[in-house]
Design a protein. Sequence first.
Length: 359
Amino acid sequence: MTEQWRYCAEDVHGFCCSVLEKLDVPHEDAKEVGDCLLLADLRGVDSHGVIRLPVYARRIRKGVVNPRAVTRVVRTQAAAALLDGGNGLGAVVGSRAMEKAIELAAYAGIGFVGVRRTNHFGIASFYVQKATRHGFIGCAASNAPPHMAPFGGRARFLGTNPLAVGIPAGTEAPLLFDASTSVVARGKIIVAAQEGKPIPTGWAIDPEGTPTTDAKAALAGSVLPFGGPKGSAISLIIDVLCGVLTGSAFALTLNTLENLEAEQNLGHAFVAMRTDLFMTTEEFAARMDEILRTLKSSPPGLEIERVLAPGEIESQNEAKNRLLGIPLLQGVVGELTALGAELNVAFPDAKTIEARAEA
C-alpha cells in the first residue's frame, strides 16, 4: 500500500510562494508559478504539480534560471509578437506571453505570440484558461527536451511537446484540451519511478529500443509518440512552431531540466482569438453550448457511464481536490519538506491521510 496524504491547497500554494521568494523570485512572479503548479495537482496532473518545485529551485540556485528575469518584446507585427523570456521561470514568461496574445486579440481579433529563452512552463491548460476567462479561444504549446523517439526510430529526438486548447461556451463549462504528444507525459514515468511502480507496455522503450515496463529503464530510454506517426508528426510540428520559428533551441539542442550546467532555451507559442470574428459572441456561445450538450448526450459505450467533454474529468478532480485537499505521495512530501528546511520554510501539515493500493 502507498500512503496518499492530502493537503490544503492554499497551504501548499503558500509554501511554494515562500520557497520561491526565498530564492529571490519577486512576490507576484512566485504567485504565478505557485498558481501553475497548484492547478496541475488540483486537476490530477501530478506530474506537473509541486513535484516540479525542487528542480526549479535547483536550477535557480545553479544560476541557469533567472529568478528576476525581464521579458522583452523584440519583434512585432499587426497581430503577432516575439517575446524574449530572459531565461525566466516558464510560468512567469508564459503568463506574460499569453497576456500579450490576449492584448493583440482584443485589438486585431487574433494574437500570436512566440517565446524564446524560456523554461519548463508546467501545465499548458494554465495559459489557455487565461484566454477563456476573457471570453477568448486560447492555444498554448511548448517544445520540450528530446526524450521521445520519432516514429520508426529508437533514439531520442523529439520532445513530449504539449498542446492545449481552451474554448469558452455559454452556460456550459469551457472546452479544455491539454495533452502531450507522447503516449503519456514523461512526468508520469518519473512519478512511477519514484514510487517503484511498473508502467504499462507501450509507454516507452529502453536504451536498446526494446519495449519496457520498468520506469527507470524507460527514463534511460525514450517515451513513445501517441498514435505512432501521427503523434510523431504533431510533435515535430510543435517543435518547428515553438523552437525553429522563434529562434529557440529545438530537437537535440534542447537542454533537460536535470542538466544544471546550461540554460534550457525552450520555445513556446500562444494564440488568443476572439469568438466574434464571424458571428456575435452570443451566437458563438449558444452554438458551443449546443455542440457540447450534443456530445455529452451521445450514447455511451459498453461499461461507460456517459460521454465526457475534453477536460471534464480534470474539472471534476479540481472540484474534489479543492474540497478535500490535494493528494501528495510520501516521497514527494519528503522532498518538499527537505527543500523547505534548507530555506527555513515549513511544509504544511497533512489535512487527511488515506491509503491506496499499488497498481
